[in-house]
Design a protein around this ligand. Structure first.
Ligand code: NAG
Ligand code: NAG
Ligand code: NAG
Ligand code: NAG
Ligand code: ZN
Length: 685
């Protein structure tokens, strides 16, 4: 057909080409009519979701259309299979939503940004809230606008599993963890003789292995918010979005929401849910279990949503389900609980949790002692928790931080590790699920694998990864564990584990990551020789490649024991390096980094800070970081202070009932469906 429609088609084709790269008019919406959930969305039967429709009229720029006046008379219908396309309000048996209007602007490309020439877009929109699709099958959602243009979203409601295989699910997330990091962690922590390891990582020993692709909805590199959204909701989203599709409106809480695995578990089984992280607890990976916002940085509202649900953030936007106060919330981030500018409504949010019946603990000693019958909030520091290396090898780095979770200005010196938090969480979830035999769902995140990779602190990142592995080991297998501090003093206690509590055969354990970082090891480094050279090019000769890379210096004791660089583990087994500061270290690099200095030596004074703002205002080598090292020039924009995420697929390890489904290669969204099927969450809705 020719005439206006043909013109529209030409404009729209041009639009998709222009908006696909650096900047987008709106991700997931290449045409001028947008449907969210977008094309190629899969649903669990009964999963709650919102729909957002937008019709765009760019005022200027290459897509300028309709004199900047958006079509307000658009129509929207839903077609199941080959049936008729029924007006959406009728199809879902809801009231026709009110028309909303706003404008936004964006840059079409970097030239437009340099010139300050933003493009303005006027929008007409409607949103349907709190819907469900309760019949499996294929659907088409059709938006018709501008007299003949159409945007069609193909949706699939997957056939759900009817039989529940797993009673409990524990999802471990090594944030940013790649196979290269697991290999490097194995190298420094597990002894090998003549090229053969004498022990393995716990992850190496799990029953099923797969890997998942991490692309986001509208960019091939993902962040932790949208990858967590994929893992927990089975939906692709955009960078920074937590369980919503990013719309173009200015409000970051009105974007169309999606129900998460934690909310589904709560709603369908009534069972307890747990969130454990070594990050501040409003950070993206824990937040995505319960919160909904286009902007992951809305920390106070995120915490508020844990306790009171999305409708408490904006009561006019009805949202039917929530986490309803997770039974376990353990992590850092006291600044979002202490009454003040970064707590919800400025209120004392410890008190808000106590008022809802929570036990609240602030240190490891009290965490170990706290009763298991009540919901429990454990906040152990401001910001992110201390790293394993600093807690165990360089504890002096815990001093002078003024990061006490109570806000009294002292140092948070008695922080639990991931293992302490996870095992206690299992005790509490087990005690609470027993009442009705509901099973439990828990997510436990080793957040600082990612955080330390960002700052190129490979040692600390690998320490966090080894702590995650140790946590999985203790969760699965240990009956008793004695933890010794670096001086060999006995800091041990008896820990529970799934076998001891009789739940191992009932528990699906999934270990995965949300995205990667371009980290790998390519040789060894003689740090003594490197430090002795004065010229940058000579320093590089300290790197041994191929046959000169040698063997791991980390698993062989050196000098008199114990020293501060030495960690001795009693019955823990050889799961950590014998020492962290050998002369011969591993030489590692990073695919996407700022200018920095590299000396291949552990940073004894706390996490690295590779780049600092120089006189030009851009990020340059931090002269105080790795002072013995040589300069490595960066590969990312000079506005970036840290390394960034990378493209690679990440591994998935799984044990227990339903774990066979995790073999093979699949998308990150499939993890949601595999867990939901193991729990048969689609069988009742
Ligand atoms: C679009 O119009 C705005 C407002 O008049 C102006 O600032 C901007 O530079 C224009 N952009 C382009 C790409 O022409
Ligand atoms: C709540 O959402 C409605 C609809 O999007 C919006 O008009 C209103 O401003 C929002 N209220 C707040 C407090 O954000
Ligand atoms: C080792 O650590 C202890 C305790 O933090 C500290 O007092 C001591 O100075 C450290 N020794 C060395 C050689 O760094
Ligand atoms: C390399 O890094 C140094 C230190 O940050 C900086 O001064 C220099 O401009 C960089 N070179 C390039 C080509 O970016
Ligand atoms: Zn990250």
């Amino acid at each position: 057909m020719w005439g206006p429609t043909a013109v529209t088609v030409a404009v729209l084709l041009g639009a998709s080409a222009a908006s696909a790269q650096t900047f987008k008019r709106l991700g997931g919406c290449p045409k001028l009519g947008c449907v969210f959930p977008p094309d190629h969305t899969d649903f669990l039967v009964g999963q709650h979701f919102d729909i957002r429709l937008e019709v765009h009229a760019p005022v200027n720029g290459t897509e300028a259309y309709s004199g900047g006046v958006p079509d307000e008379k658009f129509s929207f219908c839903i077609q199941r299979g080959y049936g008729p396309c029924t007006d959406a309000a009728k199809f879902f048996n809801v009231k026709e939503p009110a028309l909303e209007k706003w404008s936004f602007s964006y840059f079409e490309d970097l030239f437009a940004q340099d010139a300050g020439a933003s493009t303005t877009v006027n929008v007409a929109s409607k949103a349907f809230r709190g819907l469900q699709l309760t019949t499996p099958g294929t659907y088409q959602a059709k938006l018709k606008y501008y007299k003949g243009s159409e945007t069609v979203a193909n949706w699939v409601v997957r056939e759900p599993a009817q039989r529940r295989k797993a009673k409990n699910v524990i999802l471990f997330i090594g944030d940013g963890m790649t196979q290269a990091m697991i290999t490097a962690a194995r190298l420094i922590a597990h002894k090998s003789v003549n090229g053969r390891y004498q022990s393995l990582m716990q992850m190496d020993q799990m029953d099923n292995l797969g890997h998942q692709m991490t692309h986001s909805l509208d960019s091939f590199i993902t962040d932790s918010a949208n990858s967590a959204t994929a893992l927990y909701t089975g939906k692709k989203a955009s960078v920074s979005a937590l369980n919503v599709y990013a719309d173009s409106s200015p409000n970051s809480f009105d974007d169309p929401k999606i129900e998460t695995i934690a909310q589904l578990f709560r709603r369908v089984t009534g069972g307890p849910i747990g969130m454990v992280s070594t990050a501040f607890i409003a950070d993206a990976t824990p937040a995505a279990l319960c919160a909904h916002t286009r902007d992951r940085n809305q920390f106070p509202q995120i915490i508020q949503e844990y306790l009171q649900g999305a409708s408490s953030v904006n009561s006019t936007l009805k949202w039917p389900t929530g986490c309803d106060g997770p039974d376990v919330v353990f992590g850092g981030g006291a600044e979002n609980f202490i009454a003040g500018p970064t707590s919800p409504g400025g209120a004392d949010y410890y008190k808000a949790f106590k008022d809802k019946g929570y036990n609240v603990v602030y240190n490891n000693k009290d965490l170990q002692k706290v009763a298991t019958d009540k919901k429990t909030l454990g906040i152990f520091s401001k910001s992110n928790l201390a790293k394993w290396i600093d807690r165990h090898v360089y504890p002096q780095n815990l001093l002078n931080q003024k990061n006490s979770p109570t806000g009294d200005g002292t140092d948070a010196t008695d922080q639990p590790g991931l293992k302490d938090m996870t095992l206690k969480a299992i005790d509490i979830l087990q005690a609470r699920q027993k009442k009705k035999n509901t099973g439990f769902f828990m997510m436990s995140e080793a957040a600082s694998i990612d955080k330390m990779m960002h700052v190129l602190d490979y040692d600390r990142a690998l320490g966090e990864l080894l702590e995650l592995d140790d946590t999985i080991r203790a969760t699965i297998a240990r009956k008793y564990a004695r933890v010794c501090d670096y001086r060999g003093a006995d800091a041990g206690y008896i820990i529970s584990d799934l076998k001891k509590i009789g739940e191992y055969q009932n528990t699906l354990i999934v270990v995965t990551a949300d995205h990667g970082h371009g980290f790998d090891v390519f040789g060894g480094a003689d740090t003594k020789y490197l430090a002795a050279q004065t010229d940058d090019r000579n320093k590089r000769n300290a790197v041994g490649v191929y046959e000169s890379s040698g063997l791991s210096g980390y698993t062989v004791a050196e000098g008199s024991l114990p020293t501060n660089d030495t960690v001795i583990y009693g019955s823990e087994g050889p799961n950590f390096p014998v020492q962290w500061n050998p002369r011969y270290t591993y030489a590692a690099g990073f695919g996407a980094n700022p200018d920095h200095r590299e000396g291949y030596a552990i940073n004894k004074n706390g996490p690295r800070l590779p780049a600092t703002r120089g006189s030009s205002g851009t990020l340059e080598v931090n002269p105080a970081d790795q002072p013995n090292g040589f300069i490595v020039n960066g590969t990312i924009p000079v506005s970036q202070s840290q390394g960034v995420h990378s493209l690679q697929d990440v591994s998935v390890f799984a044990n227990g009932p339903g774990s066979e489904a995790f073999r093979g290669v699949y998308n990150n969204i499939d993890i949601f469906f595999k867990i939901a099927d193991a729990l048969a969450l689609g069988a009742q809705h």
